[in-house]
Design a protein around this ligand. Structure first.
Ligand code: A3P
Length: 280
């Protein structure tokens, strides 16, 4: 009611598309979608649909800020616009490009225990490969996580992208060269899965929002094994591709990887000034 038809969409008077004031920059498979959907439960948050990939894809970036702004949702003055594109975190050009748009923008970086993240990444890549090969009727043999992560000589295979992406400190360095540390909030993705409300309170505070997201916005769905979301206008679980069952990984491989990541995790803790308490 009261909506106006404008460029094929209903929107309300006094709204406009605005550049984001906060961006979820990654890390992929750490709960970037869950985080965006959860924040959008807040009456003062508007989220961009899909992943915009403005800063990481040259062909998009060349289209300019006006193109980017048009990808944003309508918002009222006083609302915060947020987008998420997880590949921003690992793309070298992105920090400087974001700074050029808005040097005081707020950045949200969601992380997860790195070995779990790598297995989640493997699970997603494998599921995409299975879809591709079934549609082209090619039977590609699938390599196990263990084969991809550990070389025949027993060393950790950092050439395997899901492991390299879990070396968070290597990517974070560039962001800290461009942005002030207080502009970046580190969100613990494992805690967001277990109990979202306390994490969301921290984020509301960081974004300068009054605390509005609470227990009433969540209910645990035992079939899915995750929290689902609701507010006055929406009631939803994330899609099946979020919360996939992970394959069983040889525990000795997990132990080896956790040990390997120990010193890298420490470097990440030193950079952010927070201990995430990941197992070694
Ligand atoms: P898994 O599918 O490996 O469990 P991203 O959106 O960045 O790709 O992250 C996907 C991850 O979000 C999922 O990884 C899942 O663990 C996590 N997640 C966090 N909260 C969730 C929720 N409420 N419902 C579904 N998945 C959630």
């Amino acid at each position: 009611a009261g909506g106006v038809i404008f460029s094929n969409r209903v929107h309300f008077p006094r709204t406009s598309r605005r550049l984001p004031q906060a961006i979820i920059i990654g890390v992929r498979k750490c709960g970037t979608r869950a985080l965006l959907e959860m924040l959008a439960l807040h009456p003062r948050v508007q989220k961009a649909a899909g992943e915009v990939h403005f800063f990481d894809r040259d062909d998009n970036y060349r289209r300019g800020l006006e193109w980017y702004r048009r990808k944003m949702p309508h918002s009222f003055r006083g609302q915060i616009t947020i987008e998420k594109s997880p590949s921003y975190f690992v793309t070298p050009e992105v920090p400087e490009r974001i700074r050029a748009m808005n040097a005081s923008l707020k950045l949200l970086l969601i992380v997860r225990e790195p070995v779990t993240r790598a297995i989640s990444d493997y699970t997603q890549l494998r599921s995409h490969a299975a879809t591709a090969s079934s549609s082209s009727m090619v039977n590609s043999p699938q390599r196990s996580f263990e084969q991809l992560a550990i070389r025949p000589d027993g060393s950790v295979n950092l050439a395997y992208r899901p492991l390299a992406i879990s070396l968070y400190h290597t990517f974070l360095l560039r962001w800290l060269e461009v942005f002030q540390r207080p502009q970046i909030l580190i969100v613990n993705g494992d805690l967001l899965i277990e109990d979202p409300v306390p994490q969301l309170h921290r984020i509301e505070k960081f974004l300068g929002l009054e605390p509005r997201i609470g227990r009433h916005n969540f209910y645990f769905n035992h079939t899915k094994g995750f929290f689902c979301l609701r507010n006055e206008t929406a009631d939803k679980c994330l899609r099946e591709s979020k919360g996939r069952r992970h394959p069983r990984v040889d525990p000795t491989v997990i132990t080896k990887l956790r040990r390997f990541f120990g010193e890298h995790n420490q470097r990440f803790y030193d950079l952010v000034g927070e201990d995430m308490g990941w197992p070694e």
